[in-house]
Design a protein. Structure first.
Length: 102
């Protein structure tokens, strides 16, 4: 018996997993699952350009690489928090404070 195996996941030059042919990172699908508790059908409804096979492949990749992907999510969250903290004193926000709009 010969096996036919098709994968919907590709790794870029930095080793980040992407859904092949969709211009969508696996982490984006995972975040929809984690943040909104969406099932694959709801993810498909929200992202109709992705097939259910692509979505299930992305989720399977996540569960196969859960520890490293959870770390990537945590690292991304730290970067976002740091940028938000830096933006608190941006010139634009200072001007809005002076105008009483913040």
């Amino acid at each position: 018996m010969s096996a036919i195996l098709e994968t919907h996941i590709e790794l870029d030059e930095q080793g980040r997993p992407w859904i092949a042919g969709a211009n969508t990172k696996v982490i984006e699908v995972v975040l929809d699952k984690l943040a909104y508790q969406w099932d694959p059908e709801e993810i498909h409804a929200q992202h109709p350009h992705l097939s259910l096979a692509q979505i299930y492949s992305a989720l399977a990749y996540y569960y196969d690489h859960k520890e490293e992907m959870d770390q990537a999510i945590a690292d991304q969250e730290k970067r976002v928090d740091a940028r938000a903290e830096q933006a608190k004193d941006s010139p634009g926000r200072q001007k809005l404070r002076e105008l009483g709009l913040l």
